[in-house]
Write a protein that binds this ligand. Sequence first.
Ligand code: SF4
Length: 953
Amino acid sequence: MRVPVSTEVKTTTCYMCACRCGIRVHVDEKDGRSSIRYIEGNPEHPLNRGVICAKGSSGIMKQVSPARLTRPLKRKEGSERGAGEFEPISWNEAFDLLEKRLARIRRTDPKQFALFTGRDQMQALTGLFARQFGTPNYAAHGGFCSVNMAAGMIYTIGGSFWEFGGPDLERAKLFVMLGTAEDHHSNPLKIAISKFKRDGGRFISVNPVRTGYSAIADEWVPIRPGTDGAFLLAVANEIVVQGLYDREFVARYTNGGQLVITDPGSPRHGLLATDGDADPVNPLYPQNQLWWDRHSNRAVLSHTPQADPSLFGDFRLADGTRVQPAFQLLADRLRPHTPEWAAAFTGIPAATIRRLAREMGVTARDEKIELPIAWTDCWGNEHRSVTGNPVAFHAMRGLAAHSNGFHTVRTLAILMSLLGTIDRPGGFRHKAPFPRAIPPSAKTPTGPEGVQPDTPLAGLALGWPGSPEDLFVDAEGSPVRIDKAFSWEYPLSVHGLMHNVITNAWRGDPYRIDTLMLFMANMAWNSTMNTVEVRRMLNDRGTDGEYRIPFIVVCDAFQSETTAFADLVLPDTTYLERHDVMSILDRPISEFDGPMDAVRVPVLPPAGECKPFQEVLIELGSRLGLPAFANKDGTRKYRDYPDFVVRHETEPGSGIGFLAGWRGADGEKSMLGEPNPAQWQKYAENNCVFKHELPPSYRYMRNWNRGYMEWAQRMRIRRWGEPILIHLYSEVLQRFRLAAQGRWPGRRAPERHAKRVETYFDPLPFHYAPLEAQATDLEKYPLAAITQRPMAMYHSWDSQNAWLRQIHAHNYLFINPRTARASGIEDGAWLWVESQWGRVRCMGRHSEAVEPGTVWTWNAIGKQPGAWGLAPEANEARKGFLLNHLITDTLPGATSNSDPVTGQAGWYDVRVRIYPADQTGVFPEFPVLNAVPGMKKERKKWLAYVAGKEIGE
Ligand code: SF4
């Protein structure tokens, strides 16, 4: 007899990567049991419009992964960390244990608790929890991912790529992509590139490796890793020298026309000249800078009606102070950076650099777009149309993950601005809540007094320093945070430095901590540098016999190399089993034409005893009596996470919550409004997405668009309404430089950091060799080694997915045939790849799609035997390898292998040599990890999923 089966189609949001496409999940209900039949893209979702990728469809295999953790676990008494020996405990026991421990820490010294999360999408909640707990020691993955991209762009144009802005390929004619393989904004970008190419657009990819998007570029420009800054400086120089910059845009919308004090004897040297008698309007973002008016040949207030600033010149103010337009200083800085100069670093012929610069400049100048959209700028000028210069750029980690990445990314933002492409059709366009002020107004506490027992942190854990006064340091200038973020070592580390946490905590530098909680971060393997040593640190004990990091909590959906080091493991749900929000308070899914946020709703019940990490935080927050989660009488405020999302407001009565759609008691309001108890239901009925379309006149020129500014202030997306001039010249950086020179009226850099701050806090962009390259014998280690994320996998999550493993089950080192032959390495042979920090043995492949000075591999495919529910003899463990073993976390001089401005991890700076191996097999080797209680017992040789059923043997 056939058993009746009913198939239901449920909409939610994908999380097989961070793109957040809308999906429809077809679920069979049979005998009270739910199973997925298949997952498809949701054609009604504005982001992916029905498109789904291999990862998205393979979400099914995430559900049935043998690596699923299903029970809370406690490390077995007497077992060593790393051995992965656990016993199951109940959630109550786990919560009791955590409550007791965390309550003690909060009562005594909240910074002894550190919470670091990986590629989650709930930083609005995790950040709130940390702040309420009172610890400064909180960060997410950004510091080891792409903080240079965020910081370099936001400190220059007030916005950044991907979640906060991107290329307008709908109208661009020329698209230049740098340092991007196949990752962020995957499906939407693929859709856009495909249409762009069909419409006849020209696509240039500048990348050491031709994979992913680059494979379909019209022109691939191979470049040596870590030299993009040199390329961009030379292109920018050509644009200025050839007069191809958009003068009107530069004059009105950047600080290029503003006067900089160029008087080395003055304490204000390098700062913008201001009119002390004029109203600054907003002391945080003063509006009383000066132009040198070309018509009257005198200094006038910036943006005086009818005035036109000189971009070049050398002037004296009435009091004799010497000043120059910021643009003049930029042009002077760019001048020596000729294509010939850049060719020596980048490997790109000077003629190619010159040709590309000309193509960008001429396309921007001669193919202007005009849209019949009237708008008014912040100075009251009415414009009949919106115009644009159709050259669009996109860039990501390839530019960012170098210790020189901040200045590289700032150079890119400056080039985009010289071409006049910021928030204009065919160029770069912002996505709400950006643009933000430069720098954004969110700040951390500024000293140790901001951390007090039983008290929320007196500021945010992560912020945007605008001057030395905003650093989070003590009276001696030493860091308050365990990762040394916002200290003189890494002043603008706006995403924190998660990659330093374990090493710093182990060293007790700047202090020891008690409890480290990690969520979704594989810090004992592919998310850490110096892997072998970091694993030893996690298991190391002090002279008192206690672990140097006394207690480690890991919350994850899967068994990993890191869960093995936990004292307590909390099993998380998958994205198909929980509520989630992609909030405007965090990283929404906004598009160019207006804010968008999205949710996930459970389409399946949690496996075993899995609990969403969000619920863990709500429960802990309630038990600990944190003000945002508990009433004054100590009772809990929220039933659960969905209840929290609906009822939590940023301030009582603010009308702003995690979700912007269907607010107000009856769901009629959006963006602002009272909590709506039926909000989840409304999202579920509307493809789990909310979109607010801005009127056309608010969609462009948002840095300077009065209508948009007023709307954004009303919606409390922006706090301030002043125009956001592009910082071609960074006064923020100059403030730190003055502090390093002892000339800033406030805080001064301690002697030990002064030289470094003075060097790297240059208000104008510059190029320097990555710090690791500077500390390497490049004759001995001549090759750059980098990794990329494969198109079919996202971080370590998917390299255990039974369907996706059929695409990549192990990785090779890809080498240009010329380089390989010169080293005597045959295609497919085993070889040693060695840096000054260590060596690994792996298999190599010859590939023409990599420039000769670079070798590369896929990231995170190599696994510890037995980890991620894979059989110990799986290819991932026996043939796959991890390049991280070759990357140091500490450079000579005991500094972190990070960008000195932002703390961005220098993942792509390692230099190596290669030579044939006389043995086969992966090195280094690691012990086999056993399955933990709650994981599937038997490890099948193969695993398939057919018609809602898991099969295998
Ligand atoms: S691009 Fe990412 S979010 Fe979109 S379907 Fe693929 S895996 Fe899912």
